[in-house]
Design a protein around this ligand. Structure first.
Ligand code: GRF
Length: 209
């Protein structure tokens, strides 16, 4: 059984969706860089081990990442799932977990990397928006996209309504993507990502609303 660690900084609604999904892998631990993150409460309620590692207490990014790395090794983790983890990771850490670390980003990557995606979509006047699960590489939001959820932007949407609607999609596609990794439907190899035994050339469009 695949052992999963989830890294969080905030509310943890995606963590909750992963917990509720009854994955065939096991969430063995949750790490937060913020002691006040509600995600920690969610983990505790579900009986999952937690670790708070405050980035402010470290002299630099590498020192913080090293402690996280040691915690992940101590839990014997196979897969790291970033779920609203609001820290940029050092190249050393990312390389150590290459092919074993995924993130969810609130846009249809490669569009709108970085922050404030909903407002930027509205500013551009895009008609489609959504979220993407992708492998994490040293370049921000640039690793291979695995799956996407897509929605139509409505005339009355604002950044807040879009954030809410994208969250609904996230809670569908993230547990599905993680389950695909847990059950071997999706495999990272040196030759690339395989989905159902075939090379994955474009993200699976899992749902559209
Ligand atoms: C999500 O919108 C996700 O796309 C982004 O951070 C947010 C986390 O939300 N990476 P939550 O803490 O899971 O509710």
């Amino acid at each position: 059984m695949i052992k999963i660690a989830v890294l969080v900084s905030g509310s943890g609604s995606n963590l909750q969706a992963l917990i509720d999904a009854n994955l065939s892998g096991q969430i063995v631990g949750v790490i937060s860089n913020k002691p006040e993150a509600y995600a920690l409460e969610r983990a505790k309620k579900a009986g999952i081990a937690t670790a708070t590692i405050e980035h402010k207490q470290f002299p630099n990014r590498e020192a913080f990442d090293d402690v996280m790395h040691q915690q992940l090794l101590a839990w014997d983790v196979d897969l790291v799932v970033l779920a609203g983890f609001m820290r940029i990771l050092s190249a050393k850490f990312v390389n150590a977990w290459e092919g074993k670390m995924v993130n969810i980003h609130p846009s249809l990557l490669p569009h709108y990397k970085g922050m404030h995606t909903h407002q930027r979509v509205l500013n551009t006047g895009d008609r489609l928006h959504g979220c993407t699960v992708h492998y994490v590489t040293a370049e921000l939001d640039a690793g291979q996209a695995l799956t996407q959820g897509v929605l139509s932007v409505n005339q009355h949407d604002d950044a807040s309504s879009l954030a809410d609607r994208v969250h609904v999609l996230e809670h569908l596609i993230y547990p599905q993507a993680v389950e695909w990794i847990c059950n071997g439907t999706l495999v990272h190899t040196d030759q690339g990502v395989l989905f159902k035994g075939q090379s994955l050339n474009a993200p699976v469009q899992f749902c559209k609303i």
